[in-house]
Write a protein that binds this ligand. Structure first.
Ligand code: ZN
Length: 594
């Protein structure tokens, strides 16, 4: 080699090693500063307190949700974020809030009953006292059988408080699931040798004989039962919560129309069982309820909460992070998903406090309408980015969306929608957190709506990054009356905020955008693009006892409308195959496959 060349090469090598060294030192320094900021100035538990104790529950369309969103805008502006604002989208249903509920058995014994109200059901308009009547519905009836059954019930339900369905026996769980993944499990899933998640479509099922009458779906039965009870003068409908330890999972009247249903209660399995047994003795049971629910017509417009740290030389390219701010109403929505919102707010607060200057714009989103069907994030992606098939100008400039929505646990890995190189990059970015239990990342190649907001990005063909957490108490709090501030593990969520702040900054600063699937390798969309909302997500991570219609809280446990989407989850989760609850998004499923 000529001497001049040798010198030049040596110079290049030493220059680039110096650059690399400088970068590594800068990176190390930044990570240290991020950790220190969180250790000394954390706001995460304060944010969680405000979102849950002051504004919870944050049902979409309710004034609570809007106030929480407005507070987040104000708070993030105070932290120095820019362009913080509410972005409206059309919810289409009025807001609803339960303001008062008293529930008692008044004879043959006197006691308080543990209950919750089903959302978007009406008030009692004063105290209602009446005899309980238990209606045992036929199992999986056809339309003809259900109609015939209702004929036998006419004259029995008028003026009664109707217990809809038999008491559900909840087996004692002798093998409760582990609260954390072992390192080995996390490694298998997200370590360097983690296999990508591959979806193969289900083999077609045999077409049922068109001459055999089809059993009705639980939704159909529920709707007909609601109509029957209303038309026949019943006073209140009571559903069995069907869960252990007085957990009550109460979601909504699926029509969102209070005129179409009775005041409806979800009662703890223990109280429902007690009344069932007394009735079975042949003894009359008298119950008393007082329910005040309020409707907010202005809730038809709901909001996503958006704020930014503007980028510098690549400011038109965007890295997003988000969680949903809305919750169900049975508790204050602490693990689902005030804590996700608090973690994402904290991540951007840290970056802002450190005064970092990302090259790309970092944008945080706190979604509304997740619980009613990923409505806020779906509207946002459609509006701002479009999809692989129908891209908007922002589509090519989008560099990744981090989502967190499985409670209080530590992050153990990331599901990345994209080619293997994208997962490798994410694994490298997450590498400094090995000691905190983060195993890495794997490829997820599914475009299906369901589970959580991340799926709206992946569905559009954009790089969704679903963060997978230890389950901790998520399954016992999910959508229930137990989802409160007390369930938050401070140390875990502080670590989560640090890891996300770091990762978001890395994506916002690295040379290239995260690689995407090449055009000819883009997975097929499993859901069809609609102008309306996607289906309601069904994301319960725990296997629960099987119920039949009439035993469930109205619409409490839903199966995704899309056949393929169900197939995805069936494929993903052997555990959930046994469950009555379906879910699609593997970030949640992964926790349950142990
Ligand atoms: Zn959630």
């Amino acid at each position: 080699m000529p001497k001049a060349h040798f010198i030049a090469l040596t110079l290049i090598v030493s220059l680039s090693s110096a650059l690399l060294l400088a970068q590594t030192t800068a990176d190390k320094d930044l990570l240290e500063r991020i950790r220190k900021e969180e250790a000394t100035n954390s706001q995460i538990m304060k944010t969680e307190h405000i979102l849950t104790d002051l504004y919870g529950p944050r049902l979409t369309g309710s004034p609570n949700h809007k106030r929480a969103a407005e507070w987040a805008v104000k708070q993030m502006t105070e932290w120095g974020l820019q362009n913080a604002h509410l972005e409206a989208w059309d919810f289409g249903h009025p807001g609803w809030l339960n303001e008062k509920l008293t529930a008692h058995i008044i004879s043959p014994v006197k006691d308080v009953l543990t209950c919750k109200v089903l959302a978007w059901t009406p008030s009692t308009h004063g105290i209602v006292r009446a005899k309980a009547y238990q209606m045992i519905l036929p199992e999986r009836p056809t339309q003809e059988q259900l109609t015939a059954f209702f004929e036998t019930q006419k004259g029995k339900v008028g003026g009664r408080i109707v217990m809809a369905g038999k008491h559900l026996i909840v087996p004692i769980n002798l093998n409760p699931p582990a609260k954390r993944m072992t390192d080995e499990q996390a490694n298998q899933r997200y370590g360097p040798n983690a296999p990508p998640f591959v979806f193969s479509p289900p083999s077609p099922t045999a077409t049922p004989d068109p001459n055999t009458p089809k059993p009705l779906t639980n939704r159909q039965i529920n709707e007909q039962l609601d109509r029957f009870l209303k038309e026949n003068g019943s006073l209140i409908r009571v559903n069995d919560a069907g869960l252990e330890f007085r957990q009550i999972l109460a979601v909504n009247n699926r029509t969102f129309d209070t005129n179409r249903v009775l005041p409806t209660i979800v009662m703890s399995n223990e109280d429902y069982g007690r009344i069932t047994r007394i009735l079975a003795d042949g003894t009359d049971v008298n119950l008393e309820f007082d329910i005040v629910n309020r409707i907010y017509p202005e809730g038809k417009t709901s909001y996503n909460t958006i704020a930014e740290i503007p980028g510098t030389d690549l400011a038109d390219e965007v890295i997003m992070l988000g969680a949903h701010l809305d919750s169900w109403h049975a508790a204050t929505g602490a693990t689902d998903d005030a804590i996700g919102s608090a973690v994402m707010m904290e991540a951007v607060r840290i970056l802002k406090a450190l005064g970092v200057k990302p090259r790309r714009t970092i944008r945080v989103a706190l979604w509304g309408g997740e619980e009613e069907g990923l409505l806020g994030s779906y509207a946002y992606v459609k509006e701002h980015f479009g999809s692989f098939e129908n891209p908007k100008p922002g589509y090519e400039k989008f560099g990744g969306y981090f989502n967190i929505d499985t409670g209080t646990g530590r992050i153990r890995g990331a599901d990345v929608f994209g080619p293997p190189e994208a997962a490798t990059i994410m694994r490298e970015i997450l590498a400094p957190f090995k000691d905190d239990g983060v195993a890495g990342a794997r490829v997820l190649g599914i475009r299906a709506l369901g589970g959580n907001d991340c799926s709206c990005f992946s569905d559009a063909g954009l790089p969704g990054i679903g963060l997978v957490q230890d389950s901790i108490d998520y399954e016992s709090t999910w959508h229930t009356n137990l989802d409160t501030y007390e369930r938050i593990l401070e140390d875990d969520v502080k670590k989560d905020a640090v890891e996300i702040a770091w990762s978001v900054y890395q994506l916002a600063t690295r040379g290239d955008l995260l690689p995407r699937f090449p055009k000819d390798a883009m997975p097929k969309r499993l859901s069809t693009e609609t102008t309306t909302a996607p289906v309601q997500p069904t994301t319960k991570p725990a296997a629960k006892p099987r119920r039949t219609a009439g035993q469930r809280p109205n619409g409490a446990l839903r199966v995704l409308g899309s056949k393929q989407a169900n197939a995805v989850q069936m494929k993903l989760s052997p555990v959930l195959r046994k469950s009555s609850v379906r879910q699609v998004f593997p970030a949640r499923i992964a926790m349950r496959t142990t």
